[in-house]
Ligand binder design. Sequence first.
Ligand SMILES: Nc1ncnc2c1ncn2[C@@H]1O[C@H](COP(=O)(O)OP(=O)(O)OP(=O)(O)O)[C@@H](O)[C@H]1O
Length: 252
Amino acid sequence: MLEIENLRATVGGKEILKGLTLTVPTGEVHAIMGPNGAGKSTLSYVLAGRAGYEVTGGSVKLDGVDLLGLEVEQRAAAGLFLALQYPVEIPGVPTTTFLRTALNAIRKGRGESDLDAIQFLRLLRQKTKALGVTEEMLKRGVNVGFSGGEKKRNEVLQMAVLEPKLAILDETDSGLDIDALKIVSEGVNALRGPNRSMLVITHYQRLLDHIVPDRVHVLAQGRIQRSGGAELAHELEAHGYAEFGGEREAAA
Ligand SMILES: Nc1ncnc2c1ncn2[C@@H]1O[C@H](COP(=O)(O)OP(=O)(O)OP(=O)(O)O)[C@@H](O)[C@H]1O
């Protein structure tokens, strides 16, 4: 279970998260929606421990473990995974090598032995099939020359390989065509399960038609302003964020 209480964080000296409280029970998928600049990506970076994001108050626990007291690698070993809004290219590091190294680092943290190249390739073949990631792509440097949609599929592949306890998907739907959206959503849905929580950050109801969330939260002005069931996403699509001080109101 992810328990965030009264979280405050600054970026570049500016307070972005202003007392954010959110609980995601194990086994549930929660969506976070909100206007541009509300702090959604900031929340995901703060949870992942990205440098430059300073926590000034509050607490974050994953299954009772204080995440904020851990280094980035320790957070990953504790079961946290972040699918980036803008996946980075890593020239010279083949995707296969990257994934195997990441998985073995996490297995080590769990006290499990390394997978050798053959065991890993067997696992990878199972995981890649459904996501439409080809063998040729796996040989390339991580995300090098991948289209926007291929990068997002590669993020979901990483999640499938690492099998995290908590997966945060930051706008994984952006840049996907209709077919890729289905492939990615099916990949994500296949990973839903009683031992895993997911936090899905999105601007669009269309993703939530495929990945139906247990709860939807509105993040605006650095806090969760409202929570509801899957129907809240439809309401937001119809009315926007004006009541939360969002862009439509600002533009009025
Ligand atoms: N390094 C930084 N220095 C100063 N301000 C920053 C920095 N990084 C982010 N911000 C500001 O923090 C605020 C929140 O940004 P964030 O990316 O978390 O919003 P978001 O809700 O994910 O937005 P979007 O929906 O547009 O992706 C924005 O006003 C942004 O300009």
